[in-house]
Design a protein around this ligand. Structure first.
Ligand code: ARG
Length: 486
């Protein structure tokens, strides 16, 4: 083992077990390339502030670009983390007379926090794009199923008729709030901690704003103690990702249920299903089951991270390192799941006939019948509710049965209420049920059309905003690399 560049002054070499136990080098692969950018920006600022000489700047940037080109795989592994690995490689290439200036006015505490924020903001954009693509598919399916009548559920019992378009748009709206949360967490993630050094900043005249803008950040995390201590941006992203996963898991669970023989509402495409090694007839919704399961993993990553942060004294503690792999994994898993959910939906077959057949089963029109009684006879809704509840109890759930059993059963009551057979027929018609629910947000076709239009508009705005973000980050990176002579 070579002498460790940061230990050699103060400490003997690390015990091998202790090094393996404490090193984050494997997890740091996530942000290796951002660490090089952070180094380049820092070095450029040091030169600008006349802290290092032009020659040192040139030697360091050239060597850093070479290290970047060779990639993470070429770095030494027997070190604490990727920051030390890069500095070690830099020392070998550039010599300590130059490389020794890299870490002036900087600590790994502000460095790592910056790298995590850069990797996270990138992944958040990828995730938002994946969720937007899923929304796109949901919007399309919702539009093409505006007239697909189905039973809506409460307590997993048939409740009232609705349309599949309305149902799918509900998932799309949940994803919209998820996107809003992701976008909010992006805002707080995209702030630079650099210049905070260990926690008390530095006596060197660093320009924190210059480095922040060179790296594409919107601003700085001002208080240097706060800058290195906090991982609330990570918790927020993990929480937003958990919410995305919860939305996806509910969608996945419905599709799993709907694809059973009992429901038969949808069929998942072969490409996204598996079979059994013993039961040749089986078609299992494995992809959806894994979305359901991975929701647990992401919530686990979130939970681990909040518990790691709890009661942690300020400022930096190595506990914070333990959060990084949870964060990376959770966001990567969420991206995967959003993409798979989208692919499953893009290829799913919908059994409209089955949905229509099932839409009246379970007396789903009972509420409308009660409403009709209340409306026609001006009796309080609770009275009408009791009358229809009575019909349901004796099994009089369609016109024939109500005629034969119900009306007789209720004797004079219904005729006294002035209800005609036409009124009853209309109340029991599932299509009319849906068409009547025409207030803001209801499943009536006109409402759905209006909602779809508004959502498509909003969707475009989100896509544009995302593109602006992406372009800004790319421009910053390109500018930095060009200024460094790449
Ligand atoms: N590997 C560390 C992390 O991921 C970098 C910061 C180390 N700082 C320290 N004082 N040991 O958080």
């Amino acid at each position: 083992m070579k002498q460790n560049i940061i230990r050699k002054g103060r400490l003997a070499e690390f015990d091998e077990k202790a090094l393996r136990f404490t090193s984050s080098i494997a997890a740091d692969a996530w942000f290796f390339r951002y660490d090089v950018l952070v180094d380049l920006a820092h070095v450029a600022m040091l030169k600008r502030q006349s802290i290092i000489e032009q020659t040192t700047f040139e030697v360091l940037t050239k060597a850093l670009l070479k290290i970047n080109e060779e990639g993470y795989v070429k770095l030494p592994r027997d070190v604490d983390d990727v920051h030390v690995a890069i500095e070690t490689a830099l020392t070998e290439r550039a010599g300590s007379a130059h490389a020794g200036w890299l870490h002036v006015g900087r600590s790994r505490n502000d460095e790592v926090a910056t790298c995590i924020r850069m990797a996270l903001r990138h992944d958040l954009l990828v995730l938002m794009n994946a969720v937007l693509a899923l929304q796109d598919t949901l919007l399309e399916l919702s539009a093409s199923n505006a007239a697909t009548i189905m039973p809506g559920f409460t307590h997993l019992q048939h409740a009232q008729p609705t349309s599949l378009g309305h149902h799918l748009l509900a998932h799309c709206d949940a994803l919209e709030r998820d996107l809003e949360r992701l976008a909010n967490s992006y805002e707080r993630t995209n702030q630079s901690p650099l210049g905070a050094a260990a926690f008390a900043s530095t006596g060197w005249p660093l320009d924190r704003d210059f480095v922040a803008s060179a790296l594409g950040f919107d601003g700085i995390v001002e208080n240097s103690m706060d800058a290195v201590s906090t991982r609330d941006f990570a918790i927020e992203a993990l929480s937003a990702a958990s919410n995305v996963m919860i939305t996806l898991s509910r969608l996945a669970e419905e599709l799993i249920l709907w694809s059973t023989s009992e429901f038969g509402y949808v069929e998942i495409d072969d490409e996204f299903a598996s079979t059994s090694s013993i039961m040749p007839q089986k078609k299992n919704p494995d992809t959806l089951e894994l979305i359901r399961a991975k929701t647990g993993s992401v919530i686990g990553d979130f939970t681990a991270s909040v518990v790691i942060c709890k009661a942690l004294p300020f400022s930096y503690n190595l506990d914070l390192q333990e959060i990084t792999p949870h964060l990376q994994q959770a966001i990567a898993t969420t991206i995967d799941c959003a993409r798979i959910a989208n692919a499953v939906l893009e290829t799913i077959s919908i059994n409209k006939q089955r949905l229509a057949e099932m839409s009246a089963v379970g007396f789903t029109t009972a509420t409308e019948l009660a409403d009709t009684i209340a409306r026609t006879a001006h009796v309080p809704f609770r009275t009408a509710h009791t009358i229809v509840g009575d019909l349901a109890r004796v099994g009089a759930c369609d016109l024939d049965a109500i005629d034969k059993v119900g009306l007789r059963h209720l004797g004079k009551q219904l005729s006294q209420l002035g209800l005609t057979a036409d009124d009853v027929t209309e109340a029991l018609d599932v299509n009319r049920n849906v068409a009547k629910r025409d207030i803001a947000g209801g499943p009536a076709a006109s409402q759905l059309k209006r909602m779809l239009k508004a959502r498509r508009r909003r969707h475009k705005v989100r896509q544009q905003r995302l593109l602006l973000r992406q372009t800004a980050l790319q421009a910053a990176e390109k500018g930095l690399l060009t200024a460094s002579g790449a």
